[in-house]
Design a binder for this molecule. Structure first.
Ligand code: ADE
Length: 224
């Protein structure tokens, strides 16, 4: 899996991709993430990537040319399954969508900024528009990092325990059951007896029941 991220703030990704599971996936070469500074594709001497909106109004708009040149370069080198734009008015990201994206080979993720990007980029170059929630962030970088993380952890071999992605909340349409670790009794706060029983079938049944209860209480919409 190769992910190319187009951004005007490549430094914002250093943290999220240098730790934990994503870091390990990159080190094991199970995933490649390439960051591209859109400014490097600007054509004028000021390396300009934004301009005033036609028709007036507040805020700047990201220009077509630097973004198109960057996408053009990448697509001339290999074919891409999707060109994704992170935007608050995109389709709401959920686990089934992440699952679908995780089986692809090459993805481009474009991060927007300022007031937005020239609509013609969306019309002609973007294949999928995704939102991470009904709120507005200052740019697409955090959403892109979040999407890359959600995808990369599903790539076979990335998670140590091959089954653990399957038991994530949302994967089977249910929230995850509670988990506990040592000590079994902390100042009187006790771990449910069944988890200490060593009885695998009973433990599975208990976990399923807890997952159902939790989903019913917190996210009844998932059971519809
Ligand atoms: N850019 C700004 N806010 C966003 C959101 N909620 N989802 C995706 N991209 C965004």
């Amino acid at each position: 899996m190769r992910i190319d991220i187009l951004t005007i703030f490549p430094e914002m990704f250093t943290g999220p991709f240098s730790h934990s599971i994503v870091k390990r996936a990159l080190e094991k070469r199970l995933a490649e993430i390439h960051l591209h500074n859109i400014r490097d594709y600007a054509t004028d001497k000021h390396r300009r990537v934004d301009d005033y909106p036609f028709g007036g109004g507040a805020g700047m708009v990201m220009m077509i040319e630097p973004i198109e040149r960057c996408i053009e370069k990448l697509t001339s080198e290999r074919s891409y399954d999707e060109v994704i734009f992170m935007t608050p008015d995109g389709d709401l990201l959920d686990q089934p969508l992440v699952n679908k994206l995780s089986v692809h080979k090459n993805l481009i993720i474009l991060c927007g900024h300022y007031k937005g990007i020239d609509e013609r980029i969306r019309e002609h170059l973007i294949t999928v528009e995704l939102s991470i929630g009904n709120y507005v962030l200052s740019g697409g970088e955090l959403p892109a990092a979040l999407l890359a993380d959600a995808i990369v952890r599903l790539i076979p071999g990335v998670l140590g325990d091959e089954t653990s992605a399957l038991s994530d909340s949302y994967q089977d349409g249910l929230l995850s059951p509670p988990v506990y670790t040592r000590p079994s009794d902390y100042k009187g706060w006790k771990v449910p007896d069944v988890l200490l029983s060593g009885h695998d079938k009973k433990i599975d049944e208990w976990r399923h029941e807890q997952a159902l209860n939790r989903t019913r209480q917190r996210r009844p919409d998932l059971l519809d």
